[in-house]
Write a protein that binds this ligand. Structure first.
Ligand SMILES: [Zn+2]
Length: 490
């Protein structure tokens, strides 16, 4: 059987999944060591996915088991015993388990946007705890259980997560179903309804006060300290500390591809909202793996968006494009001084992004055409070797947005995501609050899906990308409505 392994982009070291690590052992602070799980080439995984999809199961972690490391480690029978036990607990405690979520064509929404191309929406609002986050952590739970079985351990280690809401909730549901103790590091102003739901699921809620910007998320720092001091395991929905959550999140992209395949449809572009980056990175990875395994002939363009109240990923994208433009002799009128007042630098970045879509498009098209060239690859090497030149914690004004679920200080999963955006010819977009509000209203009005402002913000990205001409009205586009709107719940 061909090996699944974990690859580090900085030290180029490969690890076997049997090692039970969650992040690179040689990780150093000023380098990018986020592991990526690599599937073997060859027909084994693709045949497995095709066959199990055709056989009709619509339980996510059954039908896509060939992409899941725990299945690889345990083999079919033992994996299914673990999966069934957790699924039973989820059904009993949460009244649902992980099933393939609906993918619907939304002609009314498309026509409200003046689109002629098909518009597809993947609806995660009915998933476990009302968002996509649980499926990320389900892969981690299965991995933990696989390691425990292989080592013959009876003790379940304590888990930790940092989050402002949905990720902690998804983690709480999955940890409870698996019989694990979970500590959630959350902001002290966490939504009381979310805190109550966490406590109801047996999670220990650790409230952390907010500090200034520039040093990173205090919840993240507290989470890190707990891992180091207590030996707890990272049950985080971010790939830098926990590669395995990306494998779980990738099931979302896989489901979309298989559902499109059933209808003989394809998409030209996806637009994905980005906070910590795990969602978009997971979907991008699913598409890249599907290309590698022959499910699709070309990547869709992978576009991402962030609110103007906090956009560290868009800044990194523009800095990388600027570097490539400079080395290839193209005009790119963005000069960013890391030593100057960040508020001013960020304002200038927004102004540039709005004023020069032509320069951005020209550089993005060049990168897509020349992705494998030494020039582009040298800049990608710099992203891994000197990540601080491109990505650092948000240092603008205190982050704020109606889409508050994607205001992470740092886009933890920026590296692999940015590669995929560049490779696919995708673009990034800084969202105005007006567009976020309009997308939220339109999404509910035209689709009836009870999606929250954060979960609908990919639509805001589509609205702006269409207005700037980066996405054509006739293209087929996929969106991910990722969070249930609790403000409208009874
Ligand atoms: Zn490494």
């Amino acid at each position: 059987m061909l090996k699944v392994f974990l690859k580090c982009p900085s030290c180029r070291r490969d690890y076997e999944i049997e090692t039970g690590i969650f992040s690179c052992l040689d990780s150093r602070p000023r380098e990018e060591h986020t592991l990526r799980r690599m599937l073997p080439s060859g027909p084994e995984v693709s045949d497995g996915i095709q066959t199990s999809w055709a056989a009709g199961s619509r339980q996510t972690f059954d039908v896509l088991r060939h992409s899941i490391s725990a299945h690889r480690l345990l083999g079919h029978d033992r994996y299914h015993r673990v999966l069934e036990r957790v699924a039973e607990q989820l059904l009993r405690l949460e009244d649902r388990d992980f099933r393939v979520t609906p993918l619907t064509e939304e002609p009314a929404l498309a026509s409200a946007l003046g689109r002629t191309g098909r518009l597809w929406v993947k609806d995660e609002t009915g998933n476990v705890t009302g968002s996509h986050k649980g499926r990320h952590l389900m892969a981690t739970l299965l991995y933990l259980e696989a390691l425990r079985k292989l080592k013959g351990e009876s003790i379940k280690k304590v888990l930790a997560i940092y989050s402002c809401g949905n990720a902690a909730l998804g983690a709480a549901a999955v940890a409870r179903a698996g019989g694990y103790e979970l500590h959630a590091f959350v902001p002290e102003d966490v939504d009381p309804a979310v805190a109550a739901m966490l406590v109801e699921r047996g999670t220990v809620v650790e409230k952390i006060p907010r500090s200034g910007t520039g040093e990173g998320d205090p919840c993240y720092l507290a989470f890190q300290e707990a891992l180091n001091q207590n030996g707890w395991l990272p049950f985080a929905c971010a790939g830098n500390d926990n590669w395995s959550n990306i494998e779980g999140g990738a099931t979302l992209g896989w489901e979309m591809m298989m559902q499109l395949g059933d209808r003989c449809e394809r998409i030209d572009s996806v637009v994905i909202q980005v906070g910590g980056g795990a969602l978009a990175r997971s979907i991008a990875q699913a598409f890249e793996e599907a290309l590698q395994l022959g499910f699709i002939n070309a990547l869709p363009r992978i576009h991402v968006c962030q609110p103007e109240g906090g956009f560290p990923f868009v800044r990194a994208y523009l800095l990388v494009l600027g570097e490539i433009a400079c080395r290839s002799g193209r005009s790119f009128d963005l000069s960013y001084d890391q030593g100057a007042d960040p508020v001013v630098q960020l304002q200038r970045t927004v102004a540039f992004a709005r004023a020069r879509p032509d320069q951005i498009q020209e550089a993005a098209a060049f990168v897509q055409r020349s992705f494998d060239s030494p020039l582009v690859q040298a800049v990608l090497d710099d992203m891994a070797g000197k990540p601080g030149h491109f990505m650092w914690p948000w240092d603008g004004s205190a982050p704020h947005s109606l889409a508050h679920g994607i205001l992470d200080d740092l886009t933890y999963d920026w590296y692999h995501l940015l590669r995929a955006v560049l490779r696919s010819g995708g673009r990034t977009e800084i969202l105005t609050e007006d567009t976020i509000r309009s997308a939220y209203e339109k999404s509910q009005h035209h689709t009836g899906i009870p999606v929250c402002p954060t979960g609908a913000s990919g639509l805001a990205g589509l609205i702006q990308l269409q207005a700037s001409g980066a996405i054509d009205r006739g293209e087929s586009v996929g969106l991910f409505f990722t969070g249930f709107d609790r403000s409208k719940a009874e």
